[in-house]
Design a protein around this ligand. Sequence first.
Ligand code: SAH
Length: 348
Amino acid sequence: MTKKDIVSYDHEELIQEIKDLGERDYRGKQIYAWLHKRGARSFAEMTDISKSLRDRLEEEYEIAALDMAARQISKTDPTEKFLFGLSDGNQVESVLMRHPYGSSVCVSSQVGCRMGCRFCASAIGGLVRDLTVSEMLGQVYQIQKITGERVSHIVVMGTGEPLDNYDNFVKFIHMASDKHGLNISQRNITASTCGIVPGIRRLAEEGLQITLALSLHGSSQEKRKSLMPVAARYDLEEVLEACDYYFEKTGRRVTFEYSLIAGANDSDEDVKGLTAILKPRKFHLNLIPVNPVKERGFQNPGSKKAQEFENKLEKNGINVTIRRERGADIDGACGQLRRRYASGKEEK
Ligand code: SAH
């Protein structure tokens, strides 16, 4: 019999589940707190639960834990990257970034990714599988446990496309922000998408307060299509309308992300295109000078060029910043997370 993944049950579901075993409501609440607040990784730790119930839980449920396979600490900034082993032998990476306002974890949503963006390491090798809710939560729980530090922010910007794993992703957001668990404010959670239009529209209806980030990367439909295969499915115009809809429904401004690539999307024509997109929207634009991915060969335009690009946009009245890169020396920066084989070696 395969055991049920107890960490993926939300508060209500767990209470019901434990009730179905003939227990009272508060038992479910206690167990939920052990799993999601107190970081228990075994039923044996749940000392205020009777031995007979613990044995019963042990038989039917598992607390799927993520094993830390590697930990890399950046020498240039207070950033660490973790490689976690999953119960089926797959692995995912997560990044911890410390800021003056708190610490954020960059969570992966899938093993691999099928979106195929040309500049991104996560796309190499395609999609292996979706992550479960407990595997997404587990990345944050384990990092808190390993470092002994409290995580205050989450960015779903690791490997994978969250809107391609929609149900698990949304449940993860609910559980990470639930006061019975991690209790991270939804306003401190950002999720990034490559632009899956039906997913953005559906997300707009969920009543969440998270920030949506859109990976834009092209200043026109043609340019975007040359960098991101997903743009062939969803036209830029449609994507922008979906972002407007997200803003309309949630009152949360969308952030646009733009990886600056030398000779590909850093010309004056791109400044013009971006201005036309952003001016009427007043959304924020985040420039990310492209990070090196050895198989990809795209060139970073350099900080001077990036600065000029930013200045030109600013002059046009665009709300723009250059994202300070973190963890590039440990391949922990945007677009550098990738699948690895169980040996821990980089996938070739
Ligand atoms: N699938 C989602 C989540 C990934 S978030 C998405 O596409 O948005 C990671 C961010 O880093 C995305 O904006 C992605 O486009 C960007 N990125 C990917 N490769 C990069 C690279 N080599 N340099 C800089 N940013 C990159």
